[in-house]
Ligand binder design. Structure first.
Ligand code: ATP
Ligand code: MG
Length: 183
C-alpha cells in the first residue's frame, strides 16, 4: 500500500486545488524555503488523523485554512489522500481508496469531518482501517524532524531496538512467542 496522490483544497499555503502525485517506493520533494514542503506532511497528518502524538505546525485547526492578506479566508479546507491498495494491505476490496478530511469554519465554531471514499466516517473508523495496514498514530509511518534526534540521541539502546523491531514487524512475533511459551 502506498500514497498515490494527495489533493489539497485551501489547505495552508495551497490556496487553489492542488494535486500532488506520489510513486511507489521513493518520492522526494524539493523546493525553496517556505514553498510548502512541510505543509504536505502536515496535510498527511491532518487527513489521516495522525496528529495526536505528532504535532502539526498550527496552533488551532482553523490556522490550516488558506489565508492570505489579499482575499477573504475560505470557509473550509480539505485534504484527500488516495492510496494504492493493489497489494490489498488494507482490508478494502479495491485497487485504490480515498481518505479525506475537511474542516469547516462557521460563525459558531469549526467542524471537522472524515470521509472514506466520499462517505462520512468517524476518526475511529479511519484509524481502524489504517491500523490493519500498519499505519498508526504511534507508529513511525511519518517521521517528524524531532523524532530523529529523539531516536538517535535521547533513547536508550533498548528503546531504539524496540522501534527497529516494531518497524521490521518482529515485535508481533515476539509477543506470539511469549504467549505460546506461557501456554
Ligand atoms: P523549509 O524549506 O524552510 O522547511 P517548507 O517548504 O517546508 O520550507 P512550509 O513550512 O511547508 O515550507 O511552508 C511555510 C509557508 O506556508 C509559509 O510561507 C507560510 O506563510 C505558509 N502558510 C502556512 N499556513 C498558511 C495558511 N493558513 N495560509 C497561507 N499560507 C500559509
Ligand atoms: Mg520544511
Amino acid at each position: 500500500m502506498f500514497i498515490k496522490e494527495i489533493e489539497f483544497v485551501n489547505f495552508k499555503s495551497f490556496g487553489k486545488r492542488v494535486k500532488i502525485p506520489f510513486y511507489e517506493g521513493f518520492t522526494a520533494i524539493s523546493g525553496p524555503n517556505g514553498s510548502g514542503k512541510s505543509n504536505i506532511i502536515d496535510g498527511i497528518l491532518f487527513a489521516l488523523g495522525l496528529s495526536g502524538s505528532k504535532t502539526m505546525r498550527a496552533e488551532k485547526l482553523t490556522d490550516l485554512i488558506f489565508n492570505d492578506a489579499k482575499s477573504k479566508q475560505p470557509e473550509f479546507a480539505q485534504v484527500t489522500i488516495t492510496f494504492d491498495n493493489s497489494d490489498r494491505k488494507a482490508p478494502v476490496e479495491a485497487d485504490e481508496f480515498e481518505i479525506s478530511r475537511k474542516i469547516k469554519q462557521t460563525k459558531s465554531g469549526y467542524y471537522s469531518y472524515f470521509y472514506f471514499n466520499g462517505k462520512a466516517v468517524s476518526l475511529t473508523e479511519v484509524h481502524e482501517l489504517l491500523g490493519k495496514a500498519g499505519v498508526t498514530p504511534e507508529g513511525y509511518n511519518v517521521v517528524m524532524q524531532g523524532d530523529i534526534s529523539q531516536i538517535t540521541a535521547k533513547m536508550s539502546p533498548t528503546e531504539r531496538r524496540k522501534i527497529i523491531d516494531e518497524i521490521a514487524g518482529v515485535s508481533e512475533f515476539d509477543e506470539k512467542k511469549q504467549k505460546s511459551l506461557a501456554e
